[in-house]
Design a binder for this molecule. Structure first.
Ligand code: G6P
Length: 370
């Protein structure tokens, strides 16, 4: 059994460690030799269709939905097309407004999630072009979608999704860059800079995975708590939501992810002495704002751990209790790195509590019934 886990104690840890390879494989063949252009050979969506897209809807469930939240940020920044996110179980019943100029992106690791498949059918019946981002190319969702953008993460066994999520992010970066290239919304130089930074992501993940002691220690601390909070702004908020879900799924610790600026509209009432707050502070444009939110929770007794870039650690340590540095990348790509410590945190918290990491109670890897 350890053999199929590649020497790791659990599939989840093995899959966390497979992320550098998953990133490389998902990028392979999709960046041209010059390193300046994205190529999608089998895409049916024509350049003319891409130029006429008026809006994008990203539909998914669970962790894939969270990847879509990052996808929205990436596409809106690079392409300036309005994007909506929906959970599939809502989308399919809300009579969504779709036109032939709407691109619908469904995201699904398994390609078999019942609600996501139904959402795809709903979008198609209304005339949308549907692109599926999926890890299983022979799946129902892949077969029924107009286009498939495969993530090459390899089979994911642990119920809690890790490498599938982060490979979905890579797919969104590639697709966002491709849309920008066709619509001319990004200078070639800027695109080349993003592509180069993407090339460094696998090694950067490897470097984070080579030293996990600090996160393990922190996980042991938080495993003694019943409630905690994740806060962040922008993409940090999107990643916070995924970090919170991961922790809930396998450690059963209750947590909430909050847009940092929204805390004061209610949730701040729950902050009391000693409650752990995990703050993601990587987005430079809102750094000061996030720091002021950190100070708000600190002032109410929270025990704050921040995930940020090395260059901000010294300054942030004036306002927080602990800091964890991630390698430097471009703001648009941060999620592919900042999610890693949160995956490890969930893993080690579950381990510390003695839970079944790979098979959490009440959850299934693939939800094929409604
Ligand atoms: C289940 C899994 C989650 C997953 C979700 C969507 O709930 O436990 O990890 O994110 O389904 O699955 P999909 O295969 O569509 O990405």
């Amino acid at each position: 059994v350890t053999a199929e886990k590649g020497g790791f104690d659990h599939f989840m840890l093995k899959e966390i460690h497979e992320q550098p390879k998953a990133y490389r494989d998902t990028m392979l063949g999709r960046i041209d030799e010059s390193g300046r252009k994205i190529v999608f050979k089998d895409l049916k969506l024509s350049e003319e269709q891409i130029r006429s897209i008026t809006n994008i809807q990203i539909v998914a469930c669970g962790t894939a939905y969270h990847a879509g939240l990052v996808g929205r940020s990436v596409i809106e920044q690079l392409v300036r097309i309005p994007v909506e996110n929906d959970v599939a179980s809502e989308y399919r019943y809300r009579n969504p407004i779709v036109t032939p100029e709407t691109l619908v992106i469904v995201v699904s690791q398994s390609g078999e999630t019942a609600d996501t498949l139904a959402a795809l059918r709903e979008a198609k019946s209304k005339g949308a072009h549907v692109l599926a981002i999926t890890n299983v190319v022979g799946s129902s969702i892949a077969r029924e979608a107009d286009d498939v953008l495969g993530t090459l993460a390899g089979p994911e066994i642990a119920v809690a999704s890790t490498k599938a999520y982060s490979s979905q992010l890579i797919a969104f970066y590639l697709f966002g860059l491709y849309l920008a290239q066709v619509r001319g919304t990004l200078a070639e130089e800027a695109a080349a800079e993003i592509i180069a930074a993407m090339g460094s992501l696998p090694e950067q993940v490897e470097s984070m995975l080579s030293n996990t002691e600090a996160i393990k220690d922190y996980a042991e601390q938080i495993s003694k708590h019943q409630h905690l909070f994740f806060i962040g702004r922008g993409q940090d908020y999107a990643v916070a939501q995924e970090g919170s879900l991961k922790l809930k799924e396998i450690s059963y610790i209750h947590s909430e992810a909050y847009a940092a600026g929204e805390l004061k509209h209610g949730t701040l009432a729950l902050i009391e002495d000693g409650i752990p707050v995990i703050a993601l502070a990587t987005q430079e444009d809102v750094m000061e704002k996030t720091v002021s939110n950190i100070k708000e929770v600190k002032a109410r007794g929270a025990d704050v751990m921040v995930i940020t870039y090395e260059e901000h650690v010294v300054n942030l340590l004036k306002s927080v209790d602990q800091a964890f540095a991630i390698p430097k990348t471009l703001p648009v790509l941060t999620a592919a790195l900042s999610v890693v410590p949160l995956q490890l945190l969930a893993y080690y918290a579950s381990l510390a509590l003695g839970h079944d990491v790979d098979k959490p109670r009440n959850l299934a890897k693939s939800v094929t019934v409604e």
